[in-house]
Design a protein around this ligand. Structure first.
Ligand SMILES: Cc1cc2nc3c(=O)[nH]c(=O)nc-3n(C[C@H](O)[C@H](O)[C@H](O)COP(=O)(O)O)c2cc1C
Length: 340
């Protein structure tokens, strides 16, 4: 039976993964296996997102596009300069001069919104907060179903109030950035099933559950507590079609990495990553300042990836990283769907 909100044959969603891992090839492979794919609109230039949309649309299956909701304020310059000072030695090793001037960056929100309103896609998901009810209404009027990513019941109630069609409920075990609307809050230790149960009791909207899925049983548990579908990120990171960089790919399978932690060290917003030296040394010093810290550390992280340096690269991973397989992404969808 197709899932009512997403209309996919199987209730498995390829979560959006900005920064490289999500590709049109990954999306088409997931769609071909009956799952529902998302494109990652975050960080991309609007023209490049438009190109991805056109390529995926040509494939014929329904899909979603994820956008980052911009944060309103620029951080304090002194706070950013202090963090730049803390990590300066790391940058100097790569010959990089850090620029602590806060960059105004709304991830081209208005341009991407207008792209999606003028050329609508079946589903739009939003993360890092809620835009105005006006923007949500514009996407819905254009014909898209709009989903908000939430991490608490309070955020779910606010999203329902703002007029969305459904929720992506993300638990703290999820890999990559927390979708928390308040980045100063470090997510606690709650299983995703529990977050879903609480949200389900408070809000009547369809729910997609995400975070920490490591196999069919975990997917099944989330469906059993009322999620319409289960979104996976980490389990797709090592697949053939993912654009995950080689350092990240190798680290996910390297026994030297034994755990994941939530950290602001790389971007100024809580994100779950494989625990490495950069997190251990700077995590406690990092300010709550996204995307300013993302811009501050970006060149350093890119240099680390080029050099194969897994001590400094950001290695986003959910708690299920040990189960992330190599091979076709379609196999991962079929593996999980077997228990759905
Ligand atoms: C590498 C990576 C990049 C991500 N990028 C995004 C993104 O662009 N937008 C978003 O809403 N979530 C993003 N996430 C979070 C996922 O959408 C999803 O919530 C998470 O992967 C689910 O947990 P799991 O990784 O344990 O399966 C990302 C996750 C990873 C691992």
């Amino acid at each position: 039976m197709p899932t009512p909100l997403l209309e996919s044959r199987v209730p498995i969603v390829a979560a959006p993964m900005a920064g490289g891992p999500t590709t049109v090839e990954l999306a088409t492979a997931v769609a071909d296996a009956g799952g529902f794919p998302f494109l990652a609109g975050g960080y991309q230039a609007p023209a490049s997102l438009a190109d991805e949309i056109a390529r995926l649309r040509a494939h014929g299956a329904p899909f979603g596009v994820n956008l980052f909701v911009p944060a309103p304020d620029l951080p304090d310059e002194g706070v950013l300069a202090a963090y730049a000072g803390a990590i300066r030695a790391e940058a100097e090793r790569y010959g990089i001069a850090l620029d602590p001037t806060p960059v105004a960056d709304d991830d081209a929100w208005a341009e991407k919104l207008s792209l999606l309103v003028n050329d609508p896609v079946p589903v739009v998901s939003l993360t890092f907060g809620l835009p105005s009810a006006h923007d949500i209404a514009a996407l819905r009027r254009a014909g898209s179903r709009v989903l908000a990513s939430v991490t608490t019941t309070q955020e779910a109630l606010a999203a329902a109030e703002a007029g969305v069609d459904g929720l992506v409920v993300q638990g703290p075990d999820a890999g990559g950035h927390s979708a928390a609307h308040q980045p100063e809050r470090m997510p606690g230790h709650v299983p995703t099933t529990e977050v879903v149960e609480h949200v389900r009791a408070a809000v009547g909207l369809p729910l997609i559950a995400a975070g920490g899925v490591d196999g069919p049983e975990a997917a099944h548990r989330l469906l059993a507590v009322g999620a319409e579908a289960v979104a996976i990120g980490t389990l797709l990171l090592r697949t053939d079609e993912a654009g995950t960089n080689p350092v990240h790919r190798a680290a996910l399978a390297d026994p030297a990495f034994t755990e994941t932690v939530l950290t602001r060290a790389f971007t100024g917003r809580p994100a779950r990553a494989l625990r490495n030296r950069f997190i251990d040394e700077y995590g406690a010093l990092a300010p709550v300042a996204y995307p300013a810290v993302h811009h501050l550390t970006r060149e350093l992280r890119q240099a680390a990836v080029r050099a194969g340096d897994a001590d400094v690269a950001h290695l986003w991973a959910g708690t299920g990283f040990r189960s992330a397989p190599e091979g076709p992404a379609g196999d991962v969808v079929r593996w999980l769907a077997g228990a759905a």
